[in-house]
Every structure is written in structure tokens, then in C-alpha cells.
Design a protein around this ligand. Structure first.
Ligand SMILES: *Cc1c(COP(=O)(O)O)cnc(C)c1O
Length: 382
């Protein structure tokens, strides 16, 4: 009997250079923040996004918290966002005393429904937070137009949107501020890590300060001020250079990672065409103006019992396939801290029917075939 090999849902990337760069970070005798590798990562992302400022952070959560601080919210100010997202999207604003206001998602992209935003705007609304779910762009032209009309900030939760585009423009810099995640479950990972980006000069200047405990330490190191001191609100959001060294080793092979992930995504997509025609599942829909960064491959079942049985069947066959999210509007903290002006039928439905399949850099063709076979077996019984 052979040993059973479990196909995990995710597997972190560790490259040929990861160990070498981590050791080199030590050799630099600068293992706190903003050392050699942090600078390399920031520069890489600034070039990739063609943006004014890109600052490495401890996490995507930390980048969102920076954006929330920079938004200068007053207690009771409202921020519009989807309920179908990770809790950090809302938490960052709750920490500033603001109230997340939930809007339902589109049935095709599972992104904030731009047609429903204006109905949720009140005199207290200060910002819109589009979450680019699965790296597929929200309808940014419409969202930006609404924001302009009502004088609102646009803060992109681009946690899943590395190497993702809207009408050819990189996500993360389509609004006023953008937040990326390099958590180990994202395409590009540092274990824990994130990035804050902006094209706005004023926000860029303050972002550097907010990230450095509210001090002008970076200006001091550049010789722009003769002493460094506490000048604004802030916290400690910069990672150690060891984290950046690991991240840089992964960024170096980003093109390879992306090519591999897209190939895996496409194979899943093609494999389930028949199941979609047979109306057993739905596959992801990617509008023409959006790119596919292959962050996630998901299937939508017709109902909760079918999804529950599917996940159990996969687990029996040693394939790990998780679901998410419990809608924030129905979570205990969401009910306590947030406002839900309307029903959320799409969010509720997707939350009960979506399942994610294993998708990671070194998922072999053989492993993927096994996943597909088991899925097909299950669907044959539906
Ligand atoms: C992963 C994720 C985050 C949080 O990022 P961390 O780096 O884990 O803090 C926030 N929002 C969304 C949509 C995410 O997918």
C-alpha cells in the first residue's frame, strides 16, 4: 500500500535564491526595516505599477490600516465596501472609528456592484473600498466617477490583485490608495507581508510617516530634516529586511509564477466546461476589460448541500478545497460595527455555494489531473 498523499490547497514558494538572500540580509548588518531588500522590493513594485510610492508593509491588513489612517476619518464617517471580503477590509476602518457600509456584489465577478453604490451614499460617506476579488478588477471607471461626483476617496483592496489589470491599467493604482498582500496564500508571498501604494504626492509624503510610527525618520535619513521626531498619527508597519529578502527572491520569479498559475487556471477552466453546460456548476466569469492573474480558481455550486457534499468528497479523496467568506454583514463583529442598508442576496448565495480548488506554483500536472478526476467523479453523481 502506498502512502496517501494529500493535495494541499496551497503551497508556499521557496526559490533557489530565498535562503541566499535571507542570509545576505543578515550579512548586511541591517535586519530591521527599510534595508537593502526592502528598497529592492519597493523599487520593483514602483516600476511594475508605474506609481509614485510603493511601501512594503507587515501585511495586507497593515497596508489597509495605513490607508484608513491616511483617509483622516472622523468617528461615524462611513466607508462603502462589499460584505463578501476578508475581515481586514472592514477592520482597518473600524479601528479608526468609521462605519463600514456594505453593498452587494455582482453575480458575474463577485465584486462590489457599482450600480448599487450610490444608493448607499449618505452625507457621512467618505470613501469607497473596491475589493478586486480573485484578482479580477472592479468596474473602476464607474467607481471613480461616483467617487468624484460625491468627493470620496477610492481605496483599493488589491490584496489578491498582483499582476492584475483593468483596461490595461495595473490594479492598486486605479484609485487614490492601494493595498496589496504578500501572505503565503497570495500569488507572490513573503509569508506575511503587504504593500501600500499611491500616486498622490500628498498621501505619499504622509504614508512614509504613518508607516514609521508617525515620525519623519525617512526624511531624516535622506538628510531632508536635521532631527527626526513625532509629526503625525502612525504605527509600526514596516517589515524586517529578512521578510523583504524572502519576498525579493519570490518577486524575481514572478513571471514564471504567473505563467504557471495561469496555465493551471486555464486547465481547470477547460476541464469544467461540460459540467457548466450540464448546469452542475458555474465557472468564474472574467469581463473583457479585466485581466486574469490566476489568483484563484473557484466553482459555484447550485446550493449549499451540493457544496458541502463536494468538499467532503474531495476531503475523503485527500484533496483540500476550502470555501469562504462568511459574509461580514452576518458576522458578529460586522453586526456590531458595520451598517447593512439593503438585503445582500448575491453575497449570501455566493458565500454558500463557492469553493476554491488547489492552485499553487508547483502543483504538478499529475496532481491537478487527480483533482479534476475526483471533481468529475463527484459531479457525475449530482
Ligand atoms: C489576504 C487579504 C487581505 C489581508 O492580507 P494579509 O496580508 O493577510 O493581512 C485583505 N483583503 C483581502 C481581500 C485579502 O484577500
Amino acid at each position: 500500500m502506498g502512502t496517501k498523499k494529500v493535495i494541499k490547497f496551497n503551497n508556499p514558494v521557496f526559490t533557489e535564491h530565498s535562503e541566499k538572500y535571507i542570509a545576505d540580509a543578515f550579512a548586511q548588518k541591517h535586519v530591521s526595516g527599510d534595508g537593502k531588500y526592502t528598497k529592492l522590493c519597493n523599487e520593483y513594485m514602483r516600476n511594475k505599477l508605474d506609481c509614485r510610492e510603493a511601501l512594503l508593509t507587515l501585511s495586507g491588513t497593515a497596508a489597509l490600516e495605513m490607508a484608513a489612517i491616511l483617509a483622516d476619518l472622523q468617528p461615524g464617517d462611513e466607508v462603502i465596501m462589499p460584505s463578501y471580503t476578508f475581515c481586514s477590509t472592514a477592520n482597518a476602518f473600524v479601528l479608526q472609528g468609521a462605519v463600514p457600509v456594505f453593498v452587494d456584489i455582482r453575480p458575474d465577478t463577485l465584486n462590489l456592484d457599482e450600480q448599487k453604490i450610490e444608493a448607499a451614499i449618505t452625507p457621512k460617506t467618505r470613501a469607497i473600498v473596491p475589493v478586486h476579488y480573485a484578482g479580477v478588477a472592479c468596474e473602476m471607471d464607474t467607481i471613480n466617477a461616483i467617487a468624484k461626483k460625491h468627493n470620496l476617496l477610492v481605496i483599493e483592496d488589491a490584496a489578491q490583485a498582483f499582476d492584475a489589470y483593468y483596461k490595461g491599467r495595473p490594479l492598486g493604482i486605479c484609485g487614490d490608495m492601494g493595498c496589496f498582500s504578500f501572505h503565503e496564500t497570495k500569488n507572490i508571498m513573503a509569508g506575511e507581508g503587504g504593500l501600500f501604494v499611491t500616486n498622490n504626492a500628498e498621501l505619499a509624503e504622509r504614508a512614509e510617516i504613518v508607516r514609521e510610527k508617525g515620525t519623519n525618520r525617512s526624511k531624516f535619513f535622506r538628510g531632508q530634516v536635521d532631527k527626526y521626531t513625532w509629526v503625525d498619527k502612525g504605527s509600526s508597519y514596516l517589515p524586517s529586511d529578512i521578510v523583504a529578502a524572502y519576498l525579493y527572491s519570490v518577486l524575481e520569479i514572478a513571471d514564471d509564477i504567473q505563467a504557471k498559475r495561469r496555465k493551471i487556471w486555464q486547465r481547470y477552466y477547460e476541464a469544467f466546461a461540460g459540467a457548466e453546460t450540464a448546469e452542475k456548476i458555474h465557472r468564474p466569469i472574467i469581463p473583457a476589460e479585466c485581466s486574469n492573474n490566476a489568483h484563484m480558481f473557484y466553482l459555484l455550486f447550485n446550493n449549499l448541500p451540493a457544496r458541502t457534499a463536494f468538499i467532503a468528497y474531495l476531503k475523503e479523496h485527500d484533496v483540500m478545497a476550502p470555501f469562504h467568506y462568511i459574509p461580514l454583514h452576518s458576522s458578529p463583529a460586522g453586526q456590531k460595527f458595520c451598517r447593512t442598508p439593503y438585503e445582500m442576496p448575491i453575497t449570501d448565495k455566493v458565500s454558500e455555494t463557492l469553493v476554491r480548488l488547489p492552485l499553487y506554483y508547483d502543483l504538478s500536472e499529475q496532481e491537478q489531473n487527480k483533482v479534476i478526476d475526483i471533481c468529475m467523479e463527484f459531479m457525475g453523481k449530482l
